[in-house]
Design a protein around this ligand. Structure first.
Ligand code: SPV
Ligand code: MG
Length: 436
């Protein structure tokens, strides 16, 4: 076929270029002048996995391939914006998107093409074991401590808001790693995992009073790390004695954890959501600042976050106290602030964000909306929040489901009545692929 004056469009995201890609690029280039829409890093991270090669490098590679005329950014998974702009005669894709996750994207492409008389051309997609192995090795790289640790910082640069869900075991880690939804042409995945003291303790049938020792907490982190690639933020409660805290955070940093959140309480820690119903003691600004400074000095990398958690609103100590602490803790060495509240009304959280951001435009701000659940991520982002942690929802949803099944079996003295409440046997057997 000779090259015509037609225009052709393809979308790429990959950081592993293989023969399958170059073959389809060649075929597309034979149809006309080929433009590649390269998915931006934030889109790749939300749809597939964190890109090992960043946007600029991926563009350079594609530009150097014979047949590619130019490479432009595609800023959403949806092709609509670029198709409207360039109105290519052809869109080329492998036929692997006919079914599955990308089906609605394909449907939209067909619709947009129909509007101006463009055509979709699909070539058979070849599954090649070598390519699959390449992809797997990229994923393995992402799980290595040095790569994983730095990804939280990279994500904060890439996206206005990081969405984090709790994980307390291998299986909840996999849910955090793999759950994805497609909505309005955009994909959503959790960016990172929260290793919650509440959920880690609950999973072991223990109260959330800093009872689990650090070895047990590290074991949970290791279990999650073993089967996932996303960054981990760990809740280290009060951090314990400063002399122990400095060792523990260095261990976490070396393991590839990206951030610790340490709260400004002292003595016997109780869960914050008890508020003032139980006795809880807030540390002094001086003591806690000294703990943070010691922690900062112990760390080895620039990419690790030491996030100070402020309990002033939880303990009804007021906004001024919360703000004074935030600025003092940053001065002492914290490079992130978590502000907590147990109120359903987000007003005090919003007020803190506004007053904090008036003086500090860049330090990452973290919230845990367990009580103020009505606020959307977009709203948080507008108010200057950088990290939203869904701290306990997997535990709170899994536990009642199991309890109901246990009660139903006891009531009926057989398992038939719970058949529909349970995942089919076949699915549980294949839930975890053996080659993960
Ligand atoms: C946790 O998840 O363990 C937390 C957050 O510390 S909260 O339970 O809201 O205090
Ligand atoms: Mg906790």
């Amino acid at each position: 076929m000779t090259k015509s004056n037609k225009s052709v469009y393809m979308c790429f995201s990959t950081d592993v270029i293989h023969g399958g890609h170059t073959t389809i690029i060649q075929k597309a280039a034979e149809l006309g002048e080929l433009t590649i829409g390269m998915l931006t890093d934030d889109v790749v991270a939300s749809y597939r996995r964190f890109p090992v090669l960043k946007y600029d490098d991926r563009v350079k590679i594609l530009e150097s391939i014979k047949g590619v005329s130019k490479v432009i950014p595609q800023k959403t998974l949806s092709y609509a914006e670029n198709l409207d702009l360039f109105k290519p005669d052809y869109v080329v894709h492998g036929d692997d998107w006919v079914k599955g996750f990308q089906e609605p994207i394909r449907d939209e492409v067909i619709e947009v093409l129909k509007e101006y008389g463009g055509e979709l051309i699909e070539y058979p997609y070849t599954i090649n074991e070598e390519y699959e192995k390449l992809e797997l090795s990229q994923r393995e790289q992402l799980s290595m401590p040095d790569v994983r640790r730095g990804r939280l910082k990279q994500l904060l640069r890439m996206k206005p808001l990081i969405s984090v869900i709790e994980a307390h075991s291998g299986i909840t880690g996999l849910i955090a790693e793999k759950t994805a939804v497609l909505k309005d042409g955009k994909t959503h995945q959790f960016d990172a995992m929260w290793c919650s003291s509440l959920c880690d303790s609950t999973a072991k049938g223990k109260p959330d009073i800093e009872l689990l020792d650090m070895s047990t907490r590290l074991r949970t982190v290791d279990e999650i790390m073993d089967v996932t690639t996303k960054p981990i933020i760990i809740d280290v409660d009060t951090g314990g004695m400063t002399e122990h805290f400095v060792y523990n955070i260095r261990t976490l940093e070396r393991m590839g954890v990206s951030a610790v959140i340490v709260e400004d309480k002292t003595g016997l820690k109780k869960n914050s959501l008890f508020g003032t119903d139980v006795e809880q003691t807030q540390d002094t600004i001086e003591n806690f600042s000294a703990k943070l400074a010691a922690g900062r000095a112990a760390l080895k990398t620039k990419e690790f976050f030491l996030i100070a958690r402020i309990e002033s609103l939880i303990l009804d100590r007021g906004m001024d106290d919360a703000l004074a602490r935030a600025f003092a803790f940053i001065k002492a060495g914290a490079n992130g602030i978590m502000i907590h509240s147990r109120k359903k009304d987000p007003a005090e959280i919003f007020e803190f964000c506004e007053k904090f951001r008036a003086k500090d435009a860049s330090t990452p701000l973290v919230v845990v909306p367990s009580s103020f659940t009505t606020v959307t991520e977009d709203e948080f982002a507008k108010r200057g929040v950088n990290i939203v942690i869904y701290a306990n929802q997997l535990t709170r949803s899994g536990f009642p489901a199991m309890q109901k099944v246990a009660e139903t079996i006891l009531t009926n003295r057989r398992a038939k009545e719970v058949d529909d409440m349970c995942m089919p046997i076949k699915e549980i057997l294949t839930l975890i692929p053996e080659d993960y």
